[in-house]
Design a protein around this ligand. Sequence first.
Ligand code: ATP
Length: 284
Amino acid sequence: MEWIERAPAKINLTLDVLYRRADDYHELEMIMSSVDLADYLTFTPLEEDKIEVFTNKAFLPVDQRNHVYQIIKLVKERYNIREGMLVEIEKKIPVAAGLGGGSTDAAAALRALNRIWELNLSVQEMIELGMQVGTDVPYSIVGGTAFVSGRGEIVTPINPMPSCWVVLAKPRISVSTKTVFRALEVERLDYIPKSRIVADAIEIGDYKGMADNLSNALEAVTFERHPKLRQLSERMERYGMDGVTMSGSGPTIIGFSQNYSRAKRVYNSLRGFCEEVYITRTLK
Ligand code: ATP
């Protein structure tokens, strides 16, 4: 028997870095939401005790380095499961993009394993397991629109963000999350945290209040290192998107519009300028 699980991409409407903690992690506040761009994972239980992962992207690792492999291994060890699992990942979400691709795959695997192996895990138990694989996994377990804090492990669902079109532009630039966080001098950030403002706007369905307050504390440092990202962001604003920001640690730049023809126009105009461009909708 086969089991199919959908793994939607996430976007960051905000990413606030509040301070550096004693354990050297940064304390974060973020608003995340899911969009209608997803990977599909097909699970086939095996009698033999082994883990096999396949994907349609030849450059992705399918061994212990793959987040899906890691979560299966963790679950098998924790619950002493002697059966095996074969997973085929159909990747549609761009990799290393700030769209949480690996994390959403890991979360989808946890949801699927919970059903297939009848583990009866609560959301909180899945969050604890997921956190060991990646900081964005807890959000992906819950999904929807959420206020995410701590290092990413505290996920509070809020109302769904007002429905709109989202243009995603991912240039072929590789951003090192570690380097960007290291370069951040949090104490000197000339920056007002926006997550609570955006959460309040979403709670009352205020699309404009949401779009006007999108922000990402990593943007300035990242734009300095990769000027093409700043150009991309400015271009999206000039072309008429209602709000533009970088998602996660980038390099994907996202723009919102409630008007499909405008979003489509921006999508068309960016295609010569940026390697990968998508037009998608918000998910409830
Ligand atoms: P985030 O937004 O959570 O920081 P991201 O979108 O920037 O994530 P991913 O697409 O999750 O980045 O990929 C980050 C790294 O994780 C890649 O270098 C990739 O090799 C590795 N990886 C492991 N498993 C997966 C997977 N199932 N899908 C995508 N990447 C994976």
